[in-house]
Design a binder for this molecule. Sequence first.
Ligand code: G1P
Length: 289
Amino acid sequence: MSSTLKKAIIPVAGLGTRLLPISKSIPKEMVPVVDRPLIQHVVEEAIAAGLNEIILVTRGGKSAVEDHFDSHYEIETELERKGKTALLEALRAIAPPQLKVTSVRQDRALGLGHAIYCAAHLVNADEPFAVILPDVLVKTQPGVTDSNNDLKWMVETYQATQAAQIMVEQVPLERVNQYGIVDCCGSEPEAGQSLALKGMVEKPAPEEAPSQLSVIGRYILPGEVMQLLAETQPGAGGEIQLTDAIAALIAKGSAVEAYRMSGRTFDCGYIQGWLQANTVLGREAGLID
Ligand code: G1P
C-alpha cells in the first residue's frame, strides 16, 4: 500500500513568452484572473482536492510567486488597525494553516519532465504525487462547488484503485500537435470517468495522433515516475518530456488511466485564453455585465 496523496508539484519556472509583454517583469503565474493571481486559483484547486503540500519548481526572478503564499506583516497590521476584518480574513485564507509551500529551483530549461524531476528528492519512492500545470485553469461548471472539482475525483480514484490518473479533454485534430495525446485503444472515457491507457505521445502530427484526447495538465502519478524521469532521454522539441516517462510507466505494465474532465478549462498561458477566463469568470462573479 503506497502512502497518502498530499503533494502537488507545480512547475512555475517558464518564461511566459506567450504572455509578453505582460510577463516581462512579473511572473506569468502572477497575472490576475478576475480578482486573484492565476497561481492562487491553481493552489485553491489543489487545496479543494486535499493536496496541501505544494512544491513550486521555480527559477530566479520569480520570487513573487512564493511571496504570495507568505504572510505580509505590514498589510495585515494595517488592516487589523483599520478594522478591515473581511479583507484581512481573505488575505489570510490565501495560505490556510494546513498549506505547506516548498520551492526548488530548475536551473536550466530542459523541459517539463526535467522540471518535475527537480522535486524528486522531496517525494518518497513509494509516494504518489500530483502535477498541476498552472497555465490552464480548470474550473467546475457553474453551480458545482469547488469541493467537487475534477482533481479531487482523480485523487479519490487513485486512492481507490492505485491507477495513475491523467486528465484529458477533446481537442480539434489540427491542434493535437500542441499537446500530449493519449491512446485508449479507440475508446473514450465518459465525462467524470477514467479508462485504461495503452500509450501516450507528446505533440504528435495529426496523421499520427492515436486520438484527439489531449492531456490538460493535471496528473496523479506514482512515486516511481521519478526514477523513470531520471532515465528519460530528450524527446519532442529536444526536451525531457513527462509524457515519455508516463509512456514508460505504461510499458512497464503499471495501471495508468485517462480521466475525462467534467469541468471547464481556460488556457491562461496566452492572451486570448487569459482574456476569455477574465470575461467568463468575471461575469459569473457578477463583477462585469
Ligand atoms: C505540456 C505537456 C503536454 C500537455 C500540455 C498541457 O506541454 O508536455 O503533454 O498536453 O502541457 O498544457 P507544453 O504546453 O508545456 O508544451
